[in-house]
Design a protein around this ligand. Structure first.
Ligand code: ZN
Length: 287
């Protein structure tokens, strides 16, 4: 199994929304905001090559949204999804599977592209796209707080074309095996039935848990995003996640951290779980 990052670019989100109840005088030291209180975040996707499968995990926000939408999120940076794949000597046609942790626009937007005439088509023509029915139903009937994050143009066409696979899940919270070496775990604090990955290679235990812990700045239990639908559930899920990462000496891969690609956890003298070794390897690889 080979695991590498695929960068879908940078974007901006409000710092207050990203750090919840944590005061700005604390979070602004971690990720300084601009004059509009916006902080820069990455859309760091994952490529898992195993057997004859090339699995892309999440797709960033894509480029089909209009100028007004883009002005809210200011996508920028040297990479987009396709140029980053090209750098890995891959084409969109090579991707066999797209695993969608959840259907918020900054994770699924790149899954569907748009022609100049406005026709929607899957960006990865030979891929099966994976979500689960609990989350899909949630996204199709969004609550007012998440409505702006669930844009139907990002996922409904996948279902219409028959390329969207629902993983066979019930409302479970224990990890279950998806394919050899990769377990899936459902989380309910950020959104309903978000899917995180436990990836076990011969060398390392890797964790890609999307918005459960979007950056190295979000390790502390109270550092929960305002976007989360149930912050106390997020805290509980994060505590359980901490324990598992420490036990397995695992490496957490951060989807939204603008600087830190990956980190371990440690326990400080006060018994609190804190960041361990931070790895800023932009070309992080497990092979
Ligand atoms: Zn999200």
């Amino acid at each position: 199994m080979k695991v590498s990052f695929i960068h879908a670019g940078l974007f901006k989100l409000d710092g207050g929304a990203m750090f919840g109840v944590v005061p700005k005088r604390m979070w602004n030291k971690l990720n300084p905001s601009d004059e509009n209180n916006m902080c820069t975040w990455s859309m760091r996707c994952l490529l898992i090559e195993t057997g004859d499968r090339k699995i892309l995990v999440d797709t960033g926000m894509g480029d089909k949204q209009d100028a007004k939408f883009r002005s809210h999120f200011e996508p920028h940076g040297d990479y987009d999804l396709i140029s980053s794949l090209t750098e890995s000597s891959l084409k969109a046609e090579d991707i066999t599977d797209v695993f969608l942790t959840h259907l918020h626009f900054d994770h699924v937007g790149g899954a569907i592209s748009k022609t100049e005439k406005g026709e929607l088509y899957p960006t990865f023509p030979n891929a099966t796209y994976h979500t689960n029915e609990l989350h899909y139903k949630w996204a199709m009937d969004p609550n007012p707080r998440e409505r702006a994050s669930f844009l139907k143009e990002n996922f409904v066409e996948l279902k219409n074309l028959g390329v969207l696979n629902f993983l066979n899940v019930k409302h479970e919270t224990q990890a279950f095996n998806w394919i050899p070496g990769i377990d899936v775990q459902l989380y309910y604090g950020h959104t309903h039935a978000m899917m995180g990955l436990h990836i076990n290679t011969e060398e390392k235990h890797l964790k890609y848990v999307a918005d459960l812990m979007p950056s190295a700045f979000h390790v502390g239990l109270p550092y929960v995003m305002s976007y989360d639908i149930d912050p106390l559930v997020s805290i509980k899920e994060k505590k359980t996640f901490h324990d598992r990462v420490l036990q397995e000496k695992a490496l957490i891969l951060f989807e939204h951290d603008p600087v830190n690609a990956a980190a371990t956890l440690a326990v400080n003298p006060k018994g609190r779980t804190v960041l361990g070794d931070v790895q800023n390897l932009e070309d992080f690889l497990v092979s």
